[in-house]
Design a protein around this ligand. Structure first.
Ligand code: CA
Length: 224
């Protein structure tokens, strides 16, 4: 979700989480490009009006890069019909005029993802763990383990990092907890529950490791 209006950004990220999509947010073009280079995404919700590098230029640069290409759904202002044409010419897959009804966004996302055969078949595996995005089911050495949707979103974010630290803030926004204060305690509680489910399924207790003062990561040392 690339949008410089932080209120709109967090509202949309929250909405996307409720629809079952793990999501990361960025407030400007340059940091969005860095994020996109760091890991594969299925789709970019891209606001056209961004400070510095605008959405159109970001899209052009993204499309020039080799390797994996995410879908791009561009968000444009009303009455800017030239923007739509430029957006599509610049490599966007579709566009949506702001303001829009959430249901319209949801339908458009679904249609776009279905049309292009996404979500990505990214390897969301780590040691004995395997997670299929969008499902509240974790596979541990081939055995299914039921987890909640929120736990699945958190684990998806951790799995995407493959052992790198995921900050509490990233987990919070990515799993769309509502308020910061309530959110951090909630993240902690979800991680605690996940750990207890994982240990009851035979994993080591420190498989999800606390990175003191920063966040959490999947612990490579816990795989031995
Ligand atoms: Ca904007």
């Amino acid at each position: 979700m690339v949008e410089d209006d932080s209120q709109l950004r967090s509202a949309l990220i929250q909405l996307l989480g409720r629809w079952g999509y793990a999501c990361e947010g960025s407030g400007d073009g340059a940091s969005a490009l860095a994020l996109l280079a760091a890991q594969p995404f299925d789709l970019v919700l891209l606001d056209l009006g961004l400070p510095g590098l605008d959405g159109l230029e970001l899209c052009r640069r993204l499309r020039q890069q080799p390797g994996h290409q995410p879908l791009v759904l561009m968000l444009t202002a009303r009455d800017a019909s030239g923007d739509k044409v430029r957006g599509l010419d610049g490599g966007a897959d579709d566009y949506l005029v702001k303001p829009f009804e959430p249901a319209v966004l949801q339908a458009q996302l679904r249609a776009l993802l279905r049309r292009r055969g996404r979500p990505l078949d990214v390897d969301l595996s780590w040691g004995p763990l395997r997670l299929i995005p969008g499902q509240s089911l974790l596979w541990i050495e081939g055995q299914p383990l039921g987890i909640t949707r929120k736990e699945a979103l958190l684990l998806e974010l951790l799995l995407q990092r493959q052992g790198q630290c995921c900050s509490k803030q990233e987990l919070l926004t990515g799993s769309s907890a509502s308020s910061r204060e309530v959110g951090e305690a909630t993240i902690k509680a979800h991680i605690r529950n996940l750990r207890s489910k994982l240990t009851s399924a035979g994993c080591r207790a420190d498989l999800i490791e606390t990175v003191y003062g920063l966040g959490y990561r999947l612990n490579p040392n816990a795989l031995a």
